[in-house]
Design a protein. Sequence first.
Length: 169
Amino acid sequence: MDTYSGWTQEKKTNARRQFIGILKEMQIIIRALGLENDVEVNAYILGKAIIDYIEDLDRFEEFEGIKSSNIAKTYAYLIYWIARHKPIVILNVEKSEEAIYINEKVCTAILISNMQKEKNIALNTNNEYFVNLLFYNLKYRVYTQKSLELMIEGYFLGCDSSSQNAGGR
């Protein structure tokens, strides 16, 4: 990312910060899955995903004339590009059955944990159906940045609606 000539120093610094943050998140999840010796994050591919994510958001903002993206759009574009590039590679063929959808598992975990943080929901209170549905869609369905954004906005609206209903009782 340092050699990406079309970017300002500020944009390069932001990209590097995001790269490091996502890399750390991925490594934590991989460790939690017990696959740290069987898979690894390819830094070059992850870097390309981060560049594409930032460029895609920039193009959207330039086209739409929007100064800054909303958080749902940010998460959607990030997860889209990571899932598309699949930066986590399997090292241990014997664990390949267990790790075959590692990129989708990690993307699901990153997205769910960030959405829960955004809405101040305890991280261990997952709706198992929703998590499985998201994972299934990342594995088998066609999705876009916009469809992910719509899903995230729906999740946020559901959370906001639930908290308003709980407060009014």
